[in-house]
Every structure is written in C-alpha cells, then in structure tokens.
Design a protein around this ligand. Structure first.
Ligand SMILES: [Zn+2]
Length: 873
C-alpha cells in the first residue's frame, strides 16, 4: 500500500499587469482571449476554479469589448468557480493615498454586486512592498486575510500582520508565479519536486499552496500532472483562495507577529524594487495633484453642495445634475493610474504618455466640477466680459476640515496697464500682499451661456495670507486697482533676517540657517545633491568612484515685505551629460542644467518653503534635496497614510550582493507628507508635496534627511546592475525616464521647536503644505453673494485630521473620516453641520456600526493611530 500523500493545493490564476512593457491596448486583446479561454476551460471542467487576479478592472476592460460575455462571466463568478476582487486594480498601495485605496476597494465592491460575488481574500501578490495600514484598510472592508510576497519577511511563510492601530490580518507569504511548475510534462517533473521540497522546508506545518499562474499567461490545467505530483509525494487538489485560507488558518499554530510596513529585503528573485519610489517623479507629482484636488476640494464641495441643496429645497426635488457621475469618472481615471507598473514609473514611455493623459483628463474633470460647484453658490470664476479696472475680487477655498490660515496665490486678470494697489478682506480690512509677476496677454472664456470672448489683459500673480478660512469653506478678497505701485524692494544680497531666522545662501545654493531664539545653526539646509545613477526604473545603482555634485550659485536676490521674505537663487548644476558607453563611469563632457530656487519665509510661520525648478539636461543621475540632521539620532519618523512610522537611520545603501538574482538593501521609504528627525532645538522636518521617496541615513560622522526630486535613468530594466543582480523586467530603452526638461517641485523645512509630530498643529501645517489653499479670480462685475461660505455648511474638526469628507456611496448623506496619526491619544471635536439629522459610526467601507447621539458637537476620544468613519445622514 502506498503512503498517503500530502495535499498540495493548487489555484490556477493569471497575473495581469494592465499596462507595463506593452500599452493597455497592446495587452487588452490578449486579455479578452484569455478570459474567453478560461470560461471555456471552466465549462469543460479543465479547471475546477480560476482566480482572475484579484482585480475587477479586468471585467470592465473585457466587457467594454465583449459585453456579450457578461452573463457567462457572472454565472461562473456567482458559482464561486471564477473568483474576482477584492480590488478594482492591483495598486502600488504605498504610492497612492489612503483614500485612493478606499475608492479602489469601493469600486470593486460595485463590480461584486453586479457580477454576484467578490473574493474576500486581501490578494496583493506583486506590489513592491506594503504599507503599515493595509491590515487596517482590509479590516475596514470586512477582510481579515492577506496574500503578499515582496517585502514580507522571508523567514515567515504565514504570519499575523498588524497595523499600528492593532488591526490584523492572517497573512500568507507566497510567490504567485509557479506556472512553469506544471507547464510542460517533459521538463517540469523535477521542478515540481523542487517546489514541493522547498515549500515543505519553508512551512513544515503545511498546507502547501501552488499558485499555478504567472504574468499574462494561460496556465496549464493541473489535472494531467497528477502522476508527476505523486512522484513528488503530493496530490494536487484544486481549490479557491477562500477555501485555502480557511484551511491554512485552521492549521496555523503559534503564528509569528509582524508589525508595520512590509519592506524587508527578500530572497533570490524576490525584489522590493525600491527605485520605483522615485522613477519618473512627474508621474507621482501628477497623481498627487489630482488625488488632492478630488479628495480635498471636489468631494468636500460636492458633499457641502448636497447638504445645502437638501436644506434649501425641502419638499421639492433637487435640480438634476451629473456631479456624482463626473466625480466617479475622474476617480476611475485616477484609479487606472494606480496599478504598480503605472504609478511606479517602470513601464514603457508609451505607457507613461498614457498615464499622463489619464491624469490630465481626471484633473480637467475635477477642475470643471469644482468651478461648477462654486458657481452653484454664486461664486463665478469665469473670466468673461470687461476685464477688471477699479477692483477685482478673488475667492480662496480651503481643502481642510479645520479652520486654517495660509498662503494663497492667485492669477488675477485686469485690464491691460492696471496694477494692484491694495488688498482688502471681506470686512474691508487692508491686508499685506505682493505681486510677484505680471504678464500681458489675452484672456479667453466661453461657456454654455457665454459667447466666446477674448480680451487684452494683464495677469498678475498675487500672493497674500488668507486668515481663518472656515473648514472646507471659502472667503473673498478684493484687490484695488490703479496705475502705479511699487513692488517689493529687491536687493542683491546673500543674507537676510526673517522672523526668528537668519538666512544665508551658501555657494552650493543651500542655506545656513540660524535660529536666533536658540542660537542653533543648521548648515547646508536644502542642499541639492546629484549622484550618478547607472540603474533602471526599478533600482538606483551608483556609478563606482562617482562623487556627488552640487550646484553653484550665479546670483541671489532678496526681498522682504510685511508678508514674506524671499530669496531667489539663480544657480547652475554642471553634470557629466550621461554615463559612459561602458556604463561604469560618467562621461567627461559636462552639461549645464539651469536651476531656479526660491526660498520663502511667510511672516508668522515656522517653515521655510522651497520652490525648485530644474531644467534637467543631464542623463543618468539622481537629484535629492538634503538637510543635515543630528548625527547621533537613531530613528526618523514620517507619515504614511493614516499612521506615523518610525524607521532606523542606517547606511544609505546595504552591501552589494555577490550572487546572482539578489538585491541590495536600499532603505528609502514611501512618505505621504512629512518626515522628521529629533525633537527640540536641533530637530528638522521636511514637508513634501507629491514626492514619495525619503530616506534618513548616516554618512561618515554626519546624518542627513533626503527627499528625491528626480531619478534620471534610460532603461526599463537591466541585467548588469550591482544593486540588483538580474533583470526585473524586459530590457527596453525608456529615454523619457531620463526626465529631461523642466520640473518644478516644492519642499518645506521646519526647524527646531516647530517639529512636533504628535501635535495636531504640526500635522495640520504639513497637511496644508501638501494641499495648499486654492484661489481663483472672480468674474469681473460678478461679486460673490457674500464674503464667505455660509456657516455650518461643513463639518469642522479640531484635534484630529480629516482624511475625507465625501458623498456617501449609498444615496444621500456624506462620509466624514478623521484620523489621529500619532502614537499619542487625541481628543477630537466635530462641529456637525446644519441639516444633519443622524450620525452613525461606520466601517471604512461605509457599513454602519452604531448610532451616535446627535448634537451640534460630537466629542471623540481617538486612541493612538485612531481612525473614525462617520456617516452623516
Ligand atoms: Zn505586476
């Protein structure tokens, strides 16, 4: 009698990168073919079941071409044999916002309802690491499992993965691409044996799982490989992910705990690909802009509009509009840019031309929606009719759920030859302002009820501080116009005092900053450091013997007004124009890249703001913004999604691998909006805006905090890197990943006592830097009906951050999500807007959990890393 054989569970599946080394359309015809073949194989019983890669966008993409397949797909999905979801796309879940991930899961849920069923397993097999808050997010959708691979600790095949707030998922660490194990009867017997031996060794407690699939492949059905399996001592049993997880959880004993993000260096061929955090930063910046526009401005204004409409029209139906549908369309485009090969910048140039267009389309829709929502309140931002001559009104809009004061910059259009001579708030008080540029041109406007109109005008870049803006509300300001005014006095100087700072521009365009209240001097703040990069879109790879290059100052201008102090630094970055043909040295011929750095200190603020424009003309290098930090510090702290994360300060780069198919540790990390080192007078924080790659590292006797501005590389993937000793994708040239041409980025620095990451005021300042106030010129002769948005038309939150205020998924009402990202508990107060008649606490997926007592004010005690989702009805 033969020995009873161990079960090896098999899940046949495909991993479908929607776009990567081909464009979306270059893949889609194949996807339609694949889905039809899978349906046929399910009909014939060749597969017991099939996993359609955890992303419902596949259904959307196929049904656009073949709507006739819907009933057939729905039948297989409803029966549980074809499994889809729980995601709409397999995002790089570190590079998009928490709310982007929520919208992704909500969208998949709609597809689950439409097609009959959604997989309940948190499947994310290929993402290049995972954020600390993923277990919390999955729990918020009723999911308590995860399947991950890259970034998971290789020593743990199964573990309890725990978010900072204590949310937890039962996690399986499993590579997803074992197609070859069952592929060819002639060659794969030994592969199957090897696979079984390796897996038994990795998890002696079992059960074994073989993910029979790969990238863009139709896997061979497992049935005809039973004989080979018997030779390897196992019986192949087809199962679904859901059933496998139930069995694996039941079999698990003494599971290890893994807390926080998954960014551990992997074993052979399990690459983390950390260079994708900075490949094509223009892709990340475009995503940040549109995500911010949707989350901070469009969704809150739509929620406010709905609430106001429900009060105003009591008894009569609201005027029909397409706002929700337009919002949904914009999110659809943004989410289609979130897959790991899209947002990571590691696809072909053709693909990224398309991601750029998608981001632009979403931005245009969002911009139109925002202006339409303001127009519904009588705030008309269309520049039509006789241009302003005596005065011009502007509106400033907040994207924050707490009252804020902050810098506002608006493009103000006037009759040609007119200048701004004064600025008043709605109460008539004169407030400081600056016009930093004026340009002559024509303004054009047309709309459904406005004839096309083109006028000669001047456009002035007007800056001022908008004080005490209501939560998610707006205020108007009036610019007085005249014929002559004096601009800010500009001096050629490298030194200026501003507030508590003494600022001096050094030869390399960085700053020596002295805090005059403490005497502490920070030397080399905002140093722009270029290093040679012989890598690819996946990994930074330093050029041997290369020394970092710094810019040199050409000219500095200083201006100082009641409003702000500005240093305008004109500099040049001279770099080797590329790496050499041997790819082992940098070319001798130098090339100059012009660099324009403006450092602004707004009166009464704690931060110095950098706006940096580089016209990049050099290939094969990485440019970072660096600031020295306390050399004895061990830890740096940053936000990601809804939590504050601590990470160790170590070497910039780990040891280079000496064997094939391995990767060097490169401890860069994804950051949402701020990072800091230390507390007290020596502390330093960087506030970022759409630049996710940050690192704090030790360099000899010093330490620096660095954010990557761009990484210029010419290859999708290479096989000859030192930091990753084989390819990570096809070896294709991607000249546009060299990021040649102008790029503008914004970074702010907070020094000394202002660095308090547990303090809601610090967190609010970082949020405001990441999502600045929006400002629009109003239509000439059409002032807003009042000086500010109506009171109590939006929730106002103090003591915590607002992650979202959006229309609810189900008809009526809105969703308010607030977070306490810090390690300390927080007391939050929510002023409930007028017209809200019920408040319910809900899961992240908007499923109600419990009714809360209704009052004008709601007090919430948030635990460390707490997150609360409220349904306002
Ligand atoms: Zn992939």
């Amino acid at each position: 009698m033969s020995e009873p054989q161990e079960t090896c569970h098999v899940i046949s599946h495909v991993h479908w990168d929607r776009e990567w080394y081909r464009t979306f359309d270059g893949y889609r015809g194949r996807l339609v073919e694949l889905v039809e073949r899978v349906c046929g194989a399910l009909d014939k019983g060749e597969y017991a079941s099939f996993h359609l890669d955890g992303q419902t966008v596949i259904l959307a993409d196929v049904l656009e071409i073949r709507p006739d397949l819907e009933a057939r797909l729905a039948a297989h999905i409803s029966s549980g044999r074809l499994t889809v979801g729980p995601w709409h796309v397999l995002a790089d879940n570190q590079l998009v916002s928490a709310e982007n991930l929520v919208r992704n899961l909500l969208r998949a849920r709609r597809w689950g309802t439409r097609m009959g069923r959604l997989s309940p397993v948190g499947y994310s097999p290929d993402a290049f690491g995972h954020p600390a808050d993923l277990p919390r997010l999955l729990n918020g959708f009723g999911i308590d499992t995860a399947l991950v691979w890259r970034g998971a600790p290789p020593e743990h095949a199964r573990f309890r993965w725990i978010s900072p707030d204590g949310s937890e998922v039962f996690t399986v660490n499993q590579g997803y691409h074992q197609t070859e194990t069952l592929w060819d009867a002639g060659t794969s017997d030994t592969q199957l044996k090897q696979f079984v031996d390796t897996e038994r060794n990795r998890m002696p407690e079992g059960p074994l799982l073989l993910l029979n699939g790969g990238d863009h492949l139709v896997p061979r059905p497992p049935a005809d490989r039973q004989e080979a399996a018997a030779g390897a001592g196992v019986a192949l049993v087809e199962t679904t992910l859901e059933d496998f997880f139930a069995g694996a959880r039941a079999a698990a004993i003494d599971l290890p705990e893994v807390s926080g993000e998954l960014r551990t260096l992997g074993n052979r061929l399990t690459f983390l690909l950390p260079g994708t955090l900075s490949a094509r930063t223009y892709v990340k910046l475009a995503n940040h802009r549109v995500q911010t526009l949707l989350e901070r401005f469009v969704e809150p204004q739509l929620a406010r509009h709905r609430l106001a409409a429900s009060l105003a029209v009591a008894g009569t139906p609201a005027a029909p509009d397409s706002h929700a549908e337009l919002l949904d369309d914009a999110w659809d485009l943004v989410i289609k840019n979130a897959p790991h090969d899209s947002i990571c910048g590691c696809s072909t140039d053709e693909v990224h031309r398309q991601t750029t267009v998608r981001a632009q389309r979403a931005t245009d829709t969002a911009d139109l929606l925002l202006r339409r929502l303001l127009l519904a309140e009588g705030v008309d931002t269309r520049q039509h009719g006789d241009p302003a001559r005596e005065s011009a009104d502007v509106v400033v809009l907040s994207g924050h759920g707490t009252p804020v004061s902050g810098p506002a910059t608006v493009e103000l259009v006037t009759e040609a030859g007119r200048v701004v001579t004064g600025l008043r708030d709605a109460a008539g008080r004169s407030i400081p302002f600056e016009v930093s540029a004026t340009r002559r041109g024509k303004v054009f406007e047309a709309d459904l009820d406005l004839l096309p109109d083109s006028r000669d005008t001047d456009t002035h870049t007007l800056a001022f501080t908008a004080g005490n803006l209501p939560a998610f509300g707006w205020m108007t300001f009036t610019a007085e116009l005249g014929e002559a005014t004096a601009g800010p006095e500009v001096q050629k100087s490298r030194v200026v005092e501003s507030g508590r700072f003494r600022l001096e521009v050094l030869d390399d365009a960085s700053l020596r900053v002295q805090d005059t209240t403490t005497g502490v001097v920070h030397e080399g703040v905002g140093r722009l450091v270029s290093s040679g990069d012989r890598g690819d879109t996946y990994n930074f790879d330093p050029v041997p013997g290369d020394l970092p290059t710094l810019p040199r100052v050409v000219d500095v201008e200083v201006s100082r007004t009641e409003l702000r102090t500005r240093l305008r630094i004109n500099a040049v970055l001279t770099l080797p124009e590329a790496i050499g043909e041997d790819r082992d040295s940098r070319s001798a011929s130098p090339i100059d890249s012009p660099l324009d750095v403006t450092v602004t200190h707004w009166a009464d603020t704690d931060r110095l703001e950098w706006a940096i424009t580089l016209d990049n003309r050099a290939r094969d290098h990485r440019l970072r913004f660096e600031t020295p930090v306390d050399a004895d510090a061990d830890v740096w702290t940053a936000d990601q999604h809804w939590s504050t994360i601590d990470r160790p300060i170590g070497p910039e780069l780990g040891p280079l691998p000496t064997e094939a198919a391995l990767e060097a540790a490169h401890p860069v990390a994804p950051v949402t909006s701020w990072a800091c080192v230390g507390r007290g007078p020596d502390a330093v924080a960087l506030l970022t805006r759409g630049l996710p790659e940050v690192q704090a590292f030790r360099n000899g006797g010093s330490a620096v905090l660095a954010v990557t501005l761009l990484r210029a590389v010419g290859w999708l993937s290479r096989f000859d890197l030192r930091t990753r000793t084989t390819g990570a994708g096809p070896m294709l040239p991607v000249p546009e990943a060299q990021c040649l041409g102008p790029i503008t980025v914004n970074v702010a620095v907070v020094l000394g006592k202002g660095v308090q990451p547990e303090n809601p005021a610090f967190l609010a300042a970082a949020a405001l830097h990441a999502a600045p106030l929006a400002a629009f010129a109003l239509r000439p002769g059409v002032p807003a009906p009042s000086g500010r948005s109506a009171p109590r038309t939006a929730p106002e939150v103090t003591g915590a951050l607002v992650s979202a205020w959006k229309p609810a998924e189900e008809a009526g009402g809105s969703v308010l999500r607030i977070s306490n990202p810090s390690a300390l508990p927080a007391s939050a107060t929510v002023a409930v807007p007028e017209g809200v008649t019920t408040v319910r606490q809900a899961r992240i997926d908007e499923t109600p959990v419990e009714d809360l007592p209704l009052g004008d004010q709601l007090h919430l005690e948030l635990p460390p890393y707490g997150l609360v989702t409220l349904l306002l009805g």
